[in-house]
Ligand binder design. Structure first.
Ligand code: FAD
Length: 538
């Protein structure tokens, strides 16, 4: 919602573009290897991932511009690796605000300062703040520059029907209705996913009671990019307030509604202003402010039982809805898009068998269930669901006023990538290792003399340490990059490597397999298993 007199897209700092529907439809194709429903951040990331694998896609989006309101604002380090791999990173680094620190206050007194793991050796900061409009704009700019991506705005998908070798979509645009045929469909159509409903599928899980008003204000406020959590502040006795800095002098203020407080009343402009002003007083802000946008939000942990239905894959919010306190909604969606994107790319180009696609649900739904387990804890802390939880939470907070160790109880769990240890395409670990990234985890990214290891990874990458096997013998397979790495290096130390150690890293930077003393047959067999090509990928 916006203040009286301003329309939904009338932002104080962002100019929403208007995209016309497709012109001269007769000249447009009516089929594609992949159709993507929804040009939100997840759909666009999937299109860019497919394009990086050489696969053409058509993105069908019912709106004429980006999503309104600021919505997601926190992008995690791992998502920056995804943005890097799809060639969209530069504007994100230029515009977003990196941060490492959070401060927690109870009744106005600071009880905790936490720092997310970070060092000069890291390529990216643990977290970046950037409004979702910019996220979508930067992804759209990258997609618009790709000859392999066609985005059709004002084009709503109204039906999907299975065919023997693909899916027929019914599309409605300003010129009327038409049919579109795709071999595969990625449903990136958001939390209310019409495609999910067309397939008769339902999200399963829990709804939480706590509701928050989310308000963005513009103000000159001299405080670094540090997330502030205020428990039981003077502005909201008994409640919780979160404050985040965003680019363009925009500040996100989230405050909890009390039990019995009506969402309808709480979202009246006068009421939002009264509450925002009380929070600004808590923050010691004495200057003015402009109200940009607000909305009301409640926490859910909901997911599909299976992210695949025939030739349709659900990605992002269409597959799962997670509470915003763990900042995982968008971040998890980007990882879904990358995961199915590279796998479909390898299948469509004939380099992998369709069996590879069976690993999408276990890997990405596993990641969602992991978020649920942790988000439930932080949501209950932020928004106690019962009197008992409230008493326990308040006891921990008041103890922290005098006993610093108790402040750690208010430490939100940090966002670390999920490990695909149980994936059908993760190989068993070699017990000879005592440290380093195990199969199923994200590859470590130590610095090189110039840049970082991640900048050298490409497709499937073999890290061959010391005098490993003759890597020329790997020429039998296209798209396998071999990096030879010395033993006296940060990389060798981070990977617990000795002479002859081999690691096999997937296109999404996850470790697929490793051997303390490896040989080429091991790699060949591992690739054959992962890519579901019988007898090795030759
Ligand atoms: C208030 C709020 C705050 C949030 N904060 C955070 C945060 O800090 N960090 C975080 O990680 N996440 C956050 N999230 C979650 C994040 O915004 C979502 O996870 C993210 O937008 C999901 O992206 P998506 O592309 O899956 O879906 P969406 O962004 O919803 O995009 C779906 C697209 O599909 C289109 N579409 C729908 N139906 C059709 C159809 N039939 N045909 C064609 N197109 C269609 C829609 O128009 C839309 O453009 C927040 C969400 C909200 C609401």
């Amino acid at each position: 919602m916006r203040p009286a007199g301003r329309s939904e897209l009338d932002s104080l700092y962002f100019t929403y573009p208007h995209f016309d529907g497709p012109s001269d439809r007769a000249r447009l194709s009516d089929d594609a290897p992949v159709a993507i429903v929804g040009a939100g951040p997840v759909g666009l990331t999937a299109a860019l991932t497919l394009a990086s694998e050489g696969v053409r896609s058509v993105v069908l989006e019912r709106k004429a511009t980006f999503n309104d309101g600021s919505r997601a604002i926190c992008i995690a380090r791992q998502s920056y690796y995804i943005l890097d791999r799809i060639g969209a990173l530069k504007p994100f680094l230029e515009k977003s605000l990196g941060w490492t620190t959070g401060r927690t206050f109870y009744r106005g007194k600071q009880i905790l300062e936490f720092r997310m793991p970070d060092s000069e050796a890291e390529r990216f900061r643990p977290m970046y703040n950037l409004q979702q409009q910019y996220i979508e704009q930067f992804l759209w700019e990258a997609a618009a520059a790709s000859p392999l991506i066609e985005i059709r705005w004002q084009s709503a998908v109204t039906d999907v029907a299975d065919e023997e070798d693909g899916v027929r979509l019914s599309v409605s645009d300003p010129d009327g209705d038409y049919a579109f045929k795709a071999d595969w469909v990625l449903a990136a159509d958001g939390a209310h996913s019409p495609v999910r409903k067309m397939r008769g599928l339902r999200l399963q899980g829990e709804n939480y009671e706590g509701r928050y008003v989310i308000a963005d204000v513009r103000m000159e406020h001299n405080y670094p990019t540090i997330r502030r959590a205020l428990f039981d502040p003077a502005s909201r006795p008994g409640g919780t307030v979160l404050v985040h800095r965003q680019p363009d002098n925009i500040w996100r203020i989230d405050y909890q509604l009390r039990e019995g407080e009506s969402a309808e009343e709480a979202t009246q402009e006068a009421e939002v202003r009264r509450n925002v002003e009380a929070v600004l007083t808590d923050l010691g802000h004495t200057g003015g402010y402009d109200l940009e946008w607000w909305s009301v939000y409640s926490a859910n942990t909901l997911a599909l039982d299976d992210y695949r239905d025939g030739r349709i894959f659900f990605i992002g919010d269409s597959a799962h809805i997670v509470p915003i306190f763990g900042v995982r909604g968008l971040n998890n969606g980007l990882a879904d898009a990358q995961n199915i994107g590279w796998k479909l790319g390898w299948v469509l180009s004939g380099r992998a068998g369709e069996g590879l696609l069976d690993s999408y649900t276990p890997e990405r739904r596993g990641a969602t269930l992991d978020v649920f387990a942790n988000a439930s804890k932080s949501t209950r802390f932020m928004t106690p669901p019962s009197h008992g939880w409230q008493v326990m939470r308040d006891a921990a907070l008041s103890l922290a006023l005098t006993h610093p160790y108790a402040g750690a109880l208010a430490n939100p769990r940090q966002m670390v990538p999920y490990t695909y240890a149980d994936s059908p395409v993760t190989l068993e670990d070699d017990p000879a290792f005592s440290s380093g990234p195990a199969p199923g985890s994200v590859a470590a990214d130590p610095p090189l003399d110039q840049g970082h290891l991640s900048e050298r990874l490409c497709g499937f990458t073999v890290l061959s340490f010391g005098n490993g096997p003759d890597t020329g013998a790997l020429d039998w397979m296209e798209d396998v990059t071999v990096l030879r790495i010395g033993l006296e290096t940060d990389v060798a130390r981070a990977y617990d490597a000795v002479d002859g150690t081999l690691y096999l890293i997937r296109p999404d930077m996850y470790v697929a397999a490793r051997w303390r003393q490896g040989d080429l047959d091991g790699i060949k067999n591992a690739l054959g298993h992962i890519l579901q090509t019988s007898g090795g990928a030759q």
